[in-house]
Write a protein that binds this ligand. Structure first.
Ligand code: SF4
Length: 440
């Protein structure tokens, strides 16, 4: 979602004739689009904003903007702590950035705008990539998991009307975006707040058969909202990729209850099984938090048990970091840091072994890969993702542009992170779908 917001900010500023620069020190406008989902993301932003004091001394006309979740959470604190900050804009008010920048340039400010209402998520998307696009379908979340700060900084669920989302995806597909990532904080809770009776399965059905749209992905879903109709719609729509992100968080029923996650260990395992049955070759990735307040060694073992049973392709694994203002931060029985880190390292070891072992089983097989670009280190090498979201590197000719093309790649060497492969076939060239249509 933050990556999408960054694209949006970049697009809004480009409409005002700004161009991107690599040089932060001399930029006319610098924007920190922030995340506060984890504590170290917070700390990184504060450290980085501190460095801009020197930039501002050398370049006094520079306008420094802080946007996103941390801006929403800490608001005024930014301008109080950092006199170099000119604009603070929360998650609901991103659309105001260009106007506020202009007003600072006219001598006004500093501004802090962290209202709870805004319209920017209705703005059309303008992806940075020519072949991959992100489309926000909803924002906010009503789930209130006890560890999560998202409902506090992104607000409650607001879904975009179904026809609007479908027409936006069609437009992006016409412009050549062959892969679309649907975004929402709780993406498969889509539609519950709309007047029309729609849910996420209706949206997937509505996106079936769009010309030029090869791949549909979505993030982040909640296991409790994977109804059978959503699974059926995924299986029916050939563009929906055979990869799902299924955040486990914990494998212990008691911990899941404390997290307010709405599913049990047995239900999660059963869901993974049903999804694998419905979607051949499905790869499942996950998020796991270890050391949630009150988690015992036995409860941690339950998490390891789910990891071993479900065999995730990969996982984002974290030691719990309390987010101020959430119920989890107030629970008395916080797990000592040393214990959390010990559990985290043990979990990573188990997951890495599974990723490595399962990747070996795919060697020799050919997969469709959407080529994302060349490696900066090895320019003869491209990388891309399979439909099941596995990362593959492979060698290509030096003098051709492969970006955005679909290739057939044979997997030759497996690692924990992905594969080295050999390209056996590739589309002759990449063209925007609209251009292809005109020439047919
Ligand atoms: S469903 Fe996801 S976004 Fe919503 S509160 Fe829970 S973890 Fe946060």
């Amino acid at each position: 979602m933050n990556a999408y917001d960054s694209e949006l900010i970049s697009w809004m500023l480009s409409e005002k004739h700004y161009t991107p620069t690599e040089d932060a020190a001399t930029a006319d406008v610098a924007v920190f689009n922030t995340c506060c989902v984890r504590d170290n993301a917070d700390q990184k932003v504060y450290g980085a904003v501190g460095h801009f004091k020197t930039h501002k001394e050398n370049n006094p006309d520079q306008v420094l903007v802080i946007s996103g979740c941390l801006a929403q959470k800490d608001g005024e604190e930014f301008v109080q702590r950092f006199p170099q900050v000119d604009v603070v804009v929360g998650t609901h008010n991103l659309a105001d950035i260009p106007e506020l920048v202009e007003r600072v340039q006219l001598g006004e400010g500093p501004f802090v705008k962290v209202e709870k209402k805004g319209t920017h998520f209705h703005l059309p998307s303008s992806p940075a990539s020519k072949f991959k696009g992100m489309v926000t379908i909803s924002m906010g979340c009503d789930q209130w998991c006890t560890f999560c700060i998202v409902p506090y900084v992104r607000g409650q669920l607001r879904s975009r009307p179904l026809p609007l989302v479908i027409s936006e995806v069609k437009r992006l597909a016409r412009e050549g975006h062959r892969e679309i990532l649907l975004l929402g904080q709780n993406v498969n809770d889509y539609g519950r707040d709309l007047e029309e009776e729609v849910d996420f399965s209706h949206l997937l059905d509505g996106l079936n058969g769009i010309d030029g749209l090869d791949r549909i992905r979505f993030t982040s879903p909640h296991p409790a909202y994977y109804t059978q109709s959503v699974i059926d719609s995924m299986a029916k729509n050939p563009a929906v990729c055979n990869h799902i992100h299924l955040p486990l968080q914990s494998g212990d029923d008691e911990v899941l209850k404390r997290m307010r996650r709405l599913y049990t260990k047995a239900e999660f395992i059963d869901l993974a099984r049903r999804m694998r049955e419905a979607l051949p070759g499905l790869s499942i990735t996950t998020d796991i938090i270890v050391g949630y307040p009150g988690e015992t060694e036995e409860q941690f073992q339950e998490t390891l048990d789910v990891v071993r049973q479900v065999r995730f392709t990969s996982a984002f694994m974290f030691a719990y970091s309390p987010r101020p203002g959430t119920p989890g931060a107030l629970f008395k029985d916080q797990v000592p840091e040393k214990e959390k880190m010990d559990r985290l390292y043990r979990l990573i070891e188990v997951q890495n072994d599974i990723s490595y072992e399962d990747n070996q089983k795919l060697l020799g097989q050919e997969f469709e890969v959407l080529i994302e670009g060349r490696s900066k280190k090895h320019i003869h090498r491209c990388s891309g993702r399979t439909r099941c979201h596995r990362l593959v590197h492979f060698d290509v000719d030096l003098d051709k542009n492969y970006e955005g093309r679909l290739a057939k790649v044979k997997l030759e060497k497996g690692f924990t992170w992905g594969f080295l492969g050999k390209m056996v076939d590739v589309e002759p060239h990449y063209k925007a779908w609209s251009a292809v249509k005109q020439t047919v």
